[in-house]
Design a protein around this ligand. Structure first.
Ligand code: NAG
Ligand code: NAG
Ligand code: NAG
Length: 221
């Protein structure tokens, strides 16, 4: 009995692994069908053209944020040809002193290539160790999957970098946005971070956060 269960488990494990790799040359996203947890359905190969595999969205910078930086991405949502291929591209532009704030990609590791300028980049491991380095033109650095990381332009001119991530849709969760742009209440943020309410309210004004306050029993820390 046990070997049979083990056998089925083994087959199931094999199936779930092979599901991640394609058995066709490509699976260009069919945006007329719903998106699923493994990506979009495939467009019929007879409707696929070379333009499905070409993306123009990185020929200009993204929208500049309050951090004096911008990001533009080609995820499967905009770039149909990379659906199912486990890869994404992006472009980061920095003004002088520009910052890409601490964020994670829950579904992918990231590789950055500096094209212009000098960028201080780093990540923090789950052991809370910071790995930080100044990157110069054409330097490459990787940020392991799911770890908080950041980039800062520490040069005296604009900076430009391109990134590649190991998922057709890596996800982006920015620490500041999760805390101060979301609708987590101030009372929960103060209780879970030990920040004081004034600081939280001030940052919520900056980022546009909201949230009903809950009555929490006062804690003894
Ligand atoms: C970027 O690509 C789009 C689409 O091909 C094109 O219309 C636009 O002119 C390009 N912009 C630049 C700055 O090259
Ligand atoms: C943003 O970047 C621009 C261009 O590099 C620079 O002139 C400006 O001083 C920066 N703004 C801030 C608020 O740092
Ligand atoms: C946050 O906003 C969403 C969407 O408006 C809502 O469904 C959810 O209940 C809100 N959560 C809290 C804790 O206020």
């Amino acid at each position: 009995m046990i070997p049979t269960i083990f056998f089925f488990f083994f087959i199931f494990a094999l199936l779930s692994v092979s599901h991640a790799s394609l058995v066709v040359d490509f699976c260009v996203a069919d945006y007329t069908a719903p998106n699923g947890p493994t990506g979009y359905s495939c467009k019929s190969p007879k409707d696929v053209t070379v333009d499905d595999f070409v993306y123009h969205g990185l020929n200009t910078s993204g929208k500049t944020t309050i951090f004096n930086s911008s990001a533009a991405f080609g995820f499967d949502t905009q770039f149909p040809g990379l659906n199912g291929l486990g890869i994404t591209t992006g472009r980061l532009d920095f003004g002088v002193g520009g910052v890409i704030p601490l964020h994670t990609h829950p579904r992918a590791s990231e590789l950055i290539v500096v094209i212009k300028g000098t960028i201080l980049a780093g990540f923090v491991s789950t052991d809370n160790v910071a790995y930080i380095k100044i990157l110069h033109k054409y330097d490459v650095m990787v940020f392991p999957q799911g770890l908080l990381h950041f980039q800062i332009n520490v040069g005296d001119s604009n900076a430009l970098a391109f990134v590649s991530l190991g998922s057709a849709n890596p996800g982006i969760q920015t620490l500041d946005s999760a805390l101060f742009q979301s609708n987590i209440s101030t009372s929960i943020i103060t209780a879970t971070t030990l920040l004081d309410a004034d600081t939280v309210e001030k940052l919520k004004d900056v980022f546009g956060g909201s949230g009903l306050n809950y009555m929490l029993l006062s804690m003894k820390v």
